[in-house]
Design a protein around this ligand. Structure first.
Ligand code: ADP
Ligand code: ADP
Length: 226
């Protein structure tokens, strides 16, 4: 069973711009898939359609064999990590992590348990009462990841999460994200314009060009052709 199926998906924006053309992508459970390509090739559009933040013009998106085209984002069991952290500055780390679960009316004990386990995994346990501005860039990035992890989603989506970080932190976080995904075994789609990220993180790379899927393959197959 595929974790995620993108079948013949196209996106035409109201202004007539064709951002995705007949994309076919199949992603297996536990795979780390990277969408790569230059600015404007349609990476974010595709990711946003998967998340439900943008409508699909034609074609189908299936998550664990269920067609999700018409589901609200909150009903998709998908969590997204953004580049700008998207943390709430006035809330503590605990509440940033707990926010989505509180909204969904999870029992208090369950929230406590999940937030503490996530904080531990991300080495944030001693910062649960801190505000985002008291954290380092890497720690903030981890809180952003934690907000996705506590939801225990079927799928993680990463939209260029490291592009605002300096080179050193980017390298560290690249390894951390990859290690975490391996440990959680959650299927992940990661969008970047950075070929190094694609090569080092991906189980499978999808190269997009002007809205079409140009190539799909392992990093070895794509970047080490004889
Ligand atoms: P990428 O993420 O690879 O940079 P995008 O998916 O953001 O690419 O954009 C793909 C194409 O669609 C670009 O030409 C972009 O200008 C266009 N586009 C993106 N969002 C919109 C929108 N809301 N309305 C019209 N065109 C858009
Ligand atoms: P609610 O949907 O109850 O307000 P959220 O803030 O968790 O709770 O969700 C807001 C929307 O943004 C949802 O549609 C959800 O899919 C998405 N979302 C929420 N949190 C995250 C997150 N950490 N990563 C990605 N997407 C999220």
């Amino acid at each position: 069973m595929s974790a995620l199926e993108i079948r013949n998906v196209s996106k035409i924006y109201p202004n007539g711009k064709v951002a995705t053309q007949r994309a076919d992508i199949s992603i297996e459970t536990g795979e780390f898939v990277v969408f790569v390509g230059p600015s404007g090739c349609g990476k974010s559009t595709l990711l946003r359609m998967i998340a439900g933040l943008e409508s699909v013009t034609s074609g189908d998106i299936l998550l664990a064999d269920e067609r999700i085209n018409d589901l609200e984002p909150a009903d998709r069991n998908i969590a997204m990590v953004f580049q700008n952290y998207a943390l709430y500055p006035h809330m503590t780390v605990f509440n940033n992590l707990a926010y989505g679960l509180i909204n969904r009316k999870y029992p208090k004990a369950e929230i406590q348990k999940r937030v503490e386990a996530t904080a531990k995994m991300l080495q944030l346990s001693e910062y649960l009462h801190s505000k985002p501005k008291e954290l380092s860039g890497g720690q903030r990035q981890r809180v952003a990841m934690g907000r996705a992890i506590v939801r225990e989603p079927k799928l993680f989506l990463f939209d260029e999460p490291l592009s605002n970080l300096d080179a050193k932190l980017r390298n560290t976080m690249r390894l951390e994200i990859k290690a975490l995904q391996r440990r959680l075994k959650t299927t992940a789609v990661y969008v970047t314009h950075d070929q190094v990220e694609a090569m080092t993180m991906a189980d499978k790379i999808v190269i997009l060009n002007r809205g079409t899927v140009e190539q799909i393959g392992t990093p070895q197959a794509i970047y080490h052709r004889p």
